[in-house]
Design a protein around this ligand. Structure first.
Ligand code: SF4
Ligand code: MSK
Length: 661
C-alpha cells in the first residue's frame, strides 16, 4: 500500500490531483491540515459539564489525573465510548423507526407509493414475532409486524423481540451479565443519563451498558431496518452492476442518491424510467436519465435494482468534481456539509430531503411517505432542469468495474442447497474441512486520514489469499467494488486454493456484498444459522469469525463493533483507539469482554497487524473447536453439495436480477 497517496483508488486520486491543480479543497486536504487533538483522540477529554472541559493527561494520568469533579481517566474514557455507542445506535435506530412507520402506513393504506413486495419475508418475520400469518390479509400481518416493531422503541420493561433469534447460549450470556436490552429508546436515554455529570462512574458498569445499548442497535434497530427494507422492497439476490466514477454519463442527466434511507431512493429508481420524465430529459438535450448512488443509499438500490455506485464516503466530493453530476439527493448520515459549498464551483444542485437534515447552501425538497412519488418527480425534474447548466469542466473519469452484489442471508442459504434443501451445511463443512479457514466481516467506512480504501483493499486481498471468506457491507463494500474485487474472477486470481474451490463450486465471489451499514445484522443472522447448523460453535462466540473495520470514522461503526463483540465476535478497528488513553478501559474491552462474551473490541492502526490478529483469532477458534488445523491446499475430500436447481440458479448470476428462491 502506497502511504503517500491520499486514496488507494486510482480514479479518486486522479480527481484529487485535478482538484489540487484547480485550487479545490477536499476532505483529503482538510484531513492533512487539521491534525486530530491528541487528548480528545484517545478519550482523555471530558466535556460533559461546564466545570470542564477537563483534560486528563500526564505521565501517570491513569492512576492520578482527575477532573474537577474527581472523575478518573477510565471513567472519562468509558463515558466517552458509551456516548459514541448511544449516538451510533440512535442513528441506525431512528432510521429503523421511519422504516417501521412506512410499513405501518402501507398496512393502513395511507400511502399508495409503497407495498409489501416480499410476502415470504413478511411471513418469516411474523414467525419470529409470534404473529399469526396463515390465511390473513397481507396488510393485516404487516400492521401487526410494524406495531410490534414500534414497541421495541418505547417499551419500559421486558426485552427487545429479536433477542430470541440469537442462539440460546448467546442469550444466556446476555442475561447473566444483564445486558439484554429492554427497548432502543430506553437504552439510549439511559446511556445519556448515566454519562451525565455525577451519575455512573464505574468503567466496567458503564461499558456493560454500552454493550446493552449496542445490542439494542444490532438485534433491534438495525435488524428491524434490514427486515422491513426487505419486506417493502424485496430481499436481495445477486445481480450484476458497476462501480466507480465511470458510471456517470456525459450525454445523460446524472442524478445521485446519497445517504442511508432507501424509501425515497426506491421511488426515484422508478421515476427515472417514467416515459414522461425521459421525454422531459430529452427536451433539455439529454439522451436519458442516469441514476447512480453513493454510500449506503447506494448499497440499498445497488443490491435491489443494480443501480451503479460511485463509491463510498470519501468519494462524495470527488463525484461532484467530475463536473457530471446534475443533482445529488441526500437523506441522512455520512453526508459531508462540504458538498454544498463545493457544488457552487460546479453546476451541481445539492438537494436535502429529510425533515431531520438540512444544509446551508442546499435546496430542500422534503420527503413525505404519503406523497413519495410527487417528491421523487420534483427531485428528478430538478436534476433534468439543471442539465443544460452543465459546464463539463470537471475531472471526467471513464473507468468503472463490474460487480456482483446482493447476497442476503436468505440467498446465501439458498445457494447452498436450492429452494428445498437450503442450509448452511456446505459452508460449515467447508470450514470444518479447512477449505475455508474462517469468515471475516469486512465493514465500516473509508477514511481520508489513511490512503482511503487502501486498508480495505489490502485486507480483502490478503484475507482471501489465506482462504478466509469475506462478507462485506457499507463503504467497505464500496471500497471493494471500486477496486473491481466483487467478482467471481477475484477468486480465481487471488483466493487461496480451498476458498477458490468453494467459490468455483458455488459460483460466488470470495467477497460477498451483504448491503448497507444496517445490513451488518445479516452477519449476525448468518452466524446464528451457522451455530444452528452444527459442527462448529453452538453459539456465535467461538466461531472462526472476526469483524474488521479498518478505516472506521462514524459513531455508528462503534455501535456495530460493540454489538458484534457482545454477540461473541472479536472485532478489530483500524486507527487510534478513541479510548487509548486508558489501559483499564482497553483491558475491559479486550480481555474482560472476551472472557464474558467471547467477543472483543481492539484498535490497531497497522494493517499488517490487523491481518495477523484476525488470522490468529480464527486459528485459535479452530483449535478450540478441535477442527482440522488449517494448512493451505490441504483439506478433506468432502465436496460442496448442491442440487441441480441451485446450479442452474448460480449459472444465471452473471445476468441482471437473478434468483427464484
Ligand atoms: Fe470535568 Fe467532571 Fe465536568 Fe467531566 S464531569 S468536565 S471530568 S468536572
Ligand atoms: S455510509 S457509516 S461512511 S460505512 Fe453507511 Fe459508509 Fe461508514 Fe457512513
Amino acid at each position: 500500500m502506497d502511504k503517500a497517496v491520499k486514496s488507494a483508488n486510482k480514479e479518486a486520486e486522479q480527481i484529487i490531483e485535478w482538484g489540487k491543480s484547480h485550487g479545490i479543497e477536499t476532505c483529503f486536504d482538510r484531513a492533512e491540515k487539521l491534525k486530530p487533538c491528541p487528548i480528545g483522540e484517545t478519550g482523555a477529554c471530558c466535556k460533559v459539564c461546564h466545570m470542564g472541559p477537563c483534560r486528563l493527561v500526564g505521565k501517570n494520568a491513569e492512576e492520578e489525573a482527575k477532573g474537577v469533579c474527581g472523575a478518573s481517566l477510565p471513567t472519562v474514557a468509558s463515558r466517552n465510548l458509551l456516548r459514541m455507542i448511544a449516538a451510533g445506535t440512535a442513528a441506525h435506530s431512528d432510521h429503523a423507526r421511519d422504516m417501521a412507520f412506512t410499513l405501518l402506513a402501507v398496512a393502513n393504506g395511507e400511502t399508495k407509493d409503497f407495498k409489501v413486495t416480499d410476502v415470504r419475508k413478511l411471513y418469516r418475520v411474523a414467525g419470529y414475532l409470534n404473529i399469526e400469518f396463515e390465511g390473513r390479509p397481507v396488510n393485516d400481518v404487516a400492521r401487526d409486524v410494524a406495531t410490534k416493531f414500534l414497541e421495541d422503541f418505547g417499551r419500559q420493561k421486558g426485552a427487545i423481540n429479536y433477542l430470541k433469534r440469537a442462539p440460546k447460549k448467546t442469550q444466556e450470556r446476555w442475561e447473566k451479565w444483564v445486558i439484554a436490552p429492554r427497548a432502543i429508546d430506553r437504552e439510549v436515554v439511559e446511556a445519556l443519563h448515566r454519562t451525565n455529570i455525577g451519575v455512573d462512574h464505574e468503567p466496567d458498569h458503564l461499558l456493560l451498558h454500552g454493550l446493552r445499548t449496542a445490542l439494542a442497535d444490532g438485534w433491534g434497530g438495525s435488524m428491524i431496518s434490514t427486515d422491513i427494507t426487505d419486506i417493502l422492497f424485496g430481499t436481495p439476490k445477486p445481480l450484476k452492476s458497476e462501480a466507480s466514477f465511470g458510471i456517470f454519463k456525459e450525454d445523460e442527466v446524472n442524478l445521485v442518491v446519497h445517504g442511508h434511507e432507501p424509501t425515497l431512493a426506491e421511488i426515484i429508481v422508478d421515476v427515472v424510467s417514467e416515459p414522461e420524465m425521459i421525454d422531459y430529459a430529452k427536451s433539455k438535450g439529454a439522451k436519458g436519465i442516469n441514476l447512480g448512488g453513493m454510500c449506503c443509499t447506494a448499497n440499498e438500490v445497488l443490491m435491489r435494482h443494480g443501480i451503479p455506485t460511485a463509491g463510498g464516503f470519501t468519494n462524495q466530493e470527488l463525484g461532484i468534481m467530475t463536473g457530471l453530476v446534475d443533482a445529488i439527493s441526500v437523506d441522512v448520515q455520512c453526508i459531508m456539509p462540504a458538498i454544498a459549498e463545493l457544488s457552487k464551483k460546479f453546476h451541481t444542485k445539492v438537494i436535502t430531503t429529510s425533515e431531520k437534515a438540512k444544509m446551508p447552501g442546499a435546496v430542500h425538497i422534503e420527503y413525505d411517505e404519503h406523497r413519495a412519488r410527487e417528491v421523487a418527480r420534483e427531485i428528478v425534474k430538478t436534476a433534468i432542469d439543471n442539465f443544460p447548466n452543465r459546464k463539463t469542466r470537471g475531472s471526467h473519469i471513464t473507468d468503472k468495474f463490474p460487480v456482483i452484489v446482493g447476497f442476503s442471508h436468505e440467498y446465501i442459504e439458498y445457494m447452498q442447497g436450492g429452494r428445498w434443501r437450503a442450509s448452511f451445511r456446505p459452508l460449515n463443512d467447508a470450514i470444518i474441512a479447512g477449505r475455508i479457514r474462517g469468515v471475516v466481516g469486512l465493514a465500516g467506512c473509508d477514511n481520508p486520514r489513511v490512503p482511503s480504501t487502501g486498508l480495505h483493499r489490502f485486507l480483502a486481498t490478503e484475507l482471501i489469499k489465506h482462504d478466509v471468506l469475506i462478507v462485506s457491507t457499507g463503504c467497505g463494500s464500496a471500497a471493494c467494488a471500486t477496486a473491481g474485487y466483487l467478482t467471481p474472477e477475484m477468486a480465481l486470481e487471488n483466493a487461496g486454493p480451498g476458498l477458490r474451490e468453494v467459490c468455483e463450486a458455488i459460483g460466488i465471489p470470495p467477497i460477498l456484498h451483504l448491503g448497507s451499514c444496517v445490513d451488518n445484522t445479516r452477519i449476525l443472522t448468518i452466524a446464528t444459522a451457522m451455530a444452528a447448523e452444527g459442527g462448529l460453535s453452538d453459539e456465535i462466540g467461538g466461531m472462526p469469525a472476526v469483524g474488521i473495520a479498518p478505516e472506521w470514522m462514524s459513531e455508528k461503526a462503534i455501535a456495530i463493533g460493540c454489538y458484534f463483540a457482545a454477540s461473541g465476535i472479536p472485532v478489530i478497528f483500524g486507527g487510534e483507539s478513541p479510548v487509548g488513553a486508558s489501559k483499564e478501559v482497553t483491558r475491559i474491552m479486550t480481555e474482560v469482554w472476551f472472557e464474558r462474551f467471547k467477543g472483543a473490541l481492539h484498535f490497531e492502526p497497522d494493517p499488517e497487524k490487523i491481518l495477523e490478529m484476525a488470522l490468529d483469532y480464527i486459528d485459535k477458534a479452530r483449535e478450540a473447536l478441535k477442527l482440522k488445523k488449517y494448512e493451505p491446499g490441504k483439506f478433506g475430500t468432502e465436496k460442496v453439495l448442491m442440487d441441480m436447481a441451485a446450479r442452474r440458479e448460480i449459472e444465471r448470476v452473471a445476468k441482471p436480477h437473478i434468483g427464484i428462491y
